[in-house]
Write a protein that binds this ligand. Sequence first.
Ligand SMILES: Nc1ncnc2c1ncn2[C@@H]1O[C@H](COP(=O)(O)OP(=O)(O)OP(=O)(O)O)[C@@H](O)[C@H]1O
Length: 647
Amino acid sequence: MYDEWEETTTTAVTSLSGGGMQSNFWTNTDGDSRRGRGGRGRGGFKSTFPDGDDKGNNNEGSSWNNTGGDRGGFRGKGRGRGFGRTDGEFNEDDSVSEKGGRPSRGGRGGFSSGGGRSGFGGSERGGRSGFGEGERGGRSGLRGGYRGKEETFNQGEDSEQKDLGDSERPKVTYIPPSLPEDENTIFSHYGSGINFEKYDEILVEVGGSNPPRAIMTFDEAKLCESLKKNVCKSGYVKPTPVQKHGIPIIFAGRDLMACAQTGSGKTAAFLLPILQQLMADGVAASSFSELQEPEVIIVAPTRELINQIYLEARKFAYGTCVRPVVVYGGVSTGYQIKELLRGCNVLCGTPGRLLDVIGRGKVGLTKLRYLVLDEADRMLDMGFEPDMRRLVGSPGMPSKEDRQTLMFSATYPEEIQKLAADFLKTDYLFLAVGIVGGACTDVIQEFIEVTKFSKREKLLDVLKMTGTERTMVFVETKRQADFIATFLCQENVPTTSIHGDREQREREQALADFRSGKCPVLVATSVAARGLDIPDVQHVVNYDLPNNIDEYVHRIGRTGRCGNIGRAMSFYDSDNDSQLARSLVTILSKAQQEVPQWLEESAFSGPSTSRPAMRTFGATDSRKGLSFQDNGPKSQSQSATEEEDWG
Ligand SMILES: Nc1ncnc2c1ncn2[C@@H]1O[C@H](COP(=O)(O)OP(=O)(O)OP(=O)(O)O)[C@@H](O)[C@H]1O
């Protein structure tokens, strides 16, 4: 039985109010302000209505400035640490409360407001933000940390971390809404852009012996009728380079490490040939068998990405006998196991949950033919490598000689390429479309020099220019994500946020609100940096630059996809970001973009640094040595501690 409260309380994300909305106030359309989930101090980024009615029809003009919330703003129940701290953790740049004065009793929890009395806005008396300074600040607050029915708190770093294994977290009861069954929704897609044809001009290199010939058309792929139809309904007319080369390589039974720029169709490059082979050879997933033995396992680092891959698999497998299933953290395991037991040929999963269902004996590996690592460099860096080793070492897992292993990413640090070879047959092929680790050339990259104190104002300036166009704003920490999202809402910018301290239902709602345009601004941590394919994202803003150049490449790749043009604006704070300067200059030059003089000066003044941001770019297969290097020292992979709540 699900927690009734859990299941019936809809996600409370910040969003534009529905009917009757005045032009400049923000409300939460989903939350029930009377019930006020915020009282539990779960943190994350939730608003309830201030004193307006449940529909958010507050006529006060600015609902962020709640005139009724005499108890202050972002309150949780009292166990939350939230903003209610006096320990100096929040520096001036963080402190929105500075601007709005103190709430009288704020600071007990997170952003979640209690009982509709406070919402995001404190009262005139309570100040605007309610990031209270009260002594009673508890532990979770803004930082969220709620992981299900029973509360748990993040004690450690605010920066994003890999998800805990399921065994280490409280029971999760969330069940995602059922998926649409109508063809129009399943096959809905956005158009390829004016630069789609230019993909053909990108240099392609295939390393390794005897690579098969590339295909030029989908017809040459000789897909079965149903797959052909599905490709057509998806709006695919012509394969992209990674598909032209990747599809025949996979058909030829070769292991593959493929690198192609963000948004260039890597997902279909592995899904189509795999599905075709399954169709050709026949599959036999028996529903209601207590042990499912999928032919394919696909792993990806984040819940949202694996879900997206699953939806793509479901789309291409539409009308066939192949059944894809997805498992990932933050969703009821019982529910996912039930789905699994209905039959599974293609199992998509985040590592933690995947290992969990295997460990529970629900998934057998003896029939496995394909193992796909999407965002392979991330899957093999120190955050996930142990899980990957555990996966390939699981009982029943065919050896690398007896399975086909496929790796895809837009970035492959050289050391990861070397590590990846442990998982691949020795004669694997290395497919490089363009420069390994290069940024998508369809993204116009711009930089502004900022100080940490000027970032917020600069962000507002940028968002004024972008207007209602969809914009992703990347920040470094979960706490910062909440701060910035709140700040923007206070400034009447329709914003939502996604990060690892938000509950899964909230993460999914945030993405849905962003996709639908209800909230055209999404403030995100690195959890949204990789793989997400959201239509019409015209802008990416790096409010905080990442400390790793690969992460930069993935972040800006959320725009400028599939031949469309996108823009990325990065705030460069020389006090904080100088270790990235050389790598940025390299990335810009390789993408044939203008390099600001000040950035170049910053990159080449001062002693070369050994910070991890610099890394070697491989233009080709690491087995052959590198044909292009920037001058910086190599990076380490992103450490787990700077990461997100992934699985
Ligand atoms: N041949 C094609 N014709 C038209 N659209 C395509 C084609 N191939 C892929 N697409 C579309 O292009 C978009 C980007 O594809 P996809 O998400 O697979 O990119 P990716 O290379 O995996 O990107 P990332 O590196 O960010 O993960 C998707 O919307 C996809 O449906």
